[in-house]
Design a protein around this ligand. Structure first.
Ligand SMILES: Cc1cc2nc3c(=O)[nH]c(=O)nc-3n(C[C@H](O)[C@H](O)[C@H](O)COP(=O)(O)OP(=O)(O)OC[C@H]3O[C@@H](n4cnc5c(N)ncnc54)[C@H](O)[C@@H]3O)c2cc1C
Length: 379
């Protein structure tokens, strides 16, 4: 028998203490709401622990461009407040072009970004080599996006939760939500009530809201020993977006990050293999070989750790942010695929605006979770 606890009334319950749930809890607490965060395990232990920490503008769709642009602006505004252990670095991204066709794509990206007020600089081959001497020769050039950055997202998540606590929020680890009901959640024998329930359970969100078409998309990362100055910007091959966009069973792309620790973080791979977290040595080898194609000296660096994680992927590569009317009081903030660290702050702002009835800074229709119902019916 479940027991409703009269002392357990909150304004909002956020399910999931990954970076998305933490950012939402922080934003709702700052609205003056009494917030309770519940996590089945512990904060930043899910996809958030496994990510790369790249804060990046991406333009796979107008919605993605709008949300990543808003979010990177919010990150830059927050940067001055962040403690050193969050390891925020305003290193920028360089999108690397291998040939003239890709240089045309660089020019198109530059024009698109300029039209949205996003700063970027087109680099010719010489400028690229000067900025990143460890890239291989005979590359065509690239696009530098100086407003992008990197950080250490587990520490960032804890910082958001600490700020939420400062604003009165409570965070409970080891508390698995079994079921969401109208304005309530069931955790074992306990029923907790709130006006607002936020499903921010990442790739696990469908276990609580089964209609959500979120699937785990596995990725590998590798980190090297310390090599000061080896890489200075986040470097991404121009083909990365195609690798992220197409839901093939397996893909790899060159994606390398300088860490504040002087280590080099190497990505990235994508696989659809359910929840199999084991290291796929063949995919890992393909990923490292791809990186060494762009940075030959990488092959001689010592990799000291590799790991896998799961991106919460949706069919249209956009997150689900907004109300879920079928369950009174339920809101969704999940399905951020490979951009959940970047878009956590934008997601939290949109969610808080919608919850309190304020007009969000961008049109949220593309993120409306109920679009998945229309897609299912059409199918
Ligand atoms: C290899 C890799 C590289 C990546 N690189 C980047 C990058 O460079 N930049 C970027 O922006 N993004 C990146 N991402 C994506 C990013 O990590 C995710 O989008 C983001 O972490 C999702 O956060 P989340 O809070 O939604 O989910 P999670 O971090 O998974 O958090 C969900 C939480 O919900 C809890 N939970 C689940 N079910 C329940 C339940 N029933 N009851 C209570 N709690 C529950 C879990 O324990 C977990 O703590 C990467 C991801 C991977 C795998």
């Amino acid at each position: 028998m479940s027991v409703a606890s009269p002392a357990a009334r909150h304004d909002a319950i956020v399910i999931g203490a990954g970076i998305v749930g933490a950012a939402c809890a922080h934003a709702l607490a700052r609205e003056g709401m009494r917030v309770l965060v519940l996590d089945a395990r512990y904060p930043a232990g899910g996809s958030t622990a496994a990510g790369m920490g790249h804060l990046v503008v991406m333009d796979d769709s107008p919605g993605q461009l709008a949300l990543t642009s808003l979010s990177t602006t919010l990150w830059r505004e927050l940067a001055a407040e962040l403690p050193a252990n969050v390891e925020y670095e305003a290193c920028g991204t360089i999108w690397v072009a291998t040939d003239d066709e890709q240089l045309d794509a660089v020019q198109a990206k530059h024009r698109l970004y300029a039209g949205r007020g996003i700063a970027s600089d087109v680099l010719d081959a010489r400028a690229l080599a000067r900025l990143e001497p460890n890239l291989r020769s005979r590359l065509a050039g690239g696009l530098l996006v100086p407003g992008d950055g990197v950080l250490y997202q587990p520490r960032m998540t804890l910082w958001l939760l600490e700020r939420a606590r400062d604003a009165g929020a409570e965070v409970r680890s080891g508390c698995r939500v079994d079921r969401i009901a109208a304005h309530a959640v069931h955790c074992g024998d306990e029923i907790l009530h709130a006006d607002v329930i936020v499903n921010a359970a990442g790739a696990d969100a469908p276990s609580l809201t089964p209609e959500l078409p979120i699937v785990p998309r596995k990725g590998h990362l590798a980190i090297t020993d310390r090599y000061p100055g080896f890489v200075r910007h986040q470097l991404v091959e121009l083909g990365y977006l195609a690798s992220a966009h197409t839901m093939t069973t397996e893909s790899v792309a060159f994606n390398v990050q300088p860490r504040a620790t002087q280590q080099v973080l190497v990505g990235s791979s994508r696989e659809l293999v359910g929840w199999d977290a084991s290291t796929n040595r063949r995919v890992l080898a393909r990923m490292l070989a791809r990186a060494a194609e762009f940075m030959p000296a990488l092959a001689s660096l010592a990799v000291i750790r590799t790991w896998t994680g799961f991106r919460p992927a949706t069919p249209d590569k956009l997150p689900l942010i907004g109300a879920w009317p079928a369950t009174p009081g339920l809101w969704i903030a999940a399905g951020h695929e490979g951009l959940g660290i970047t878009t956590s702050l934008g997601t939290a702002q949109l969610l808080a605006d919608l919850v309190v009835g304020r007009t969000p800074p961008l049109n949220t229709r593309a993120f409306d979770p109920t679009r998945v119902l229309a897609a299912t019916e059409a199918h």
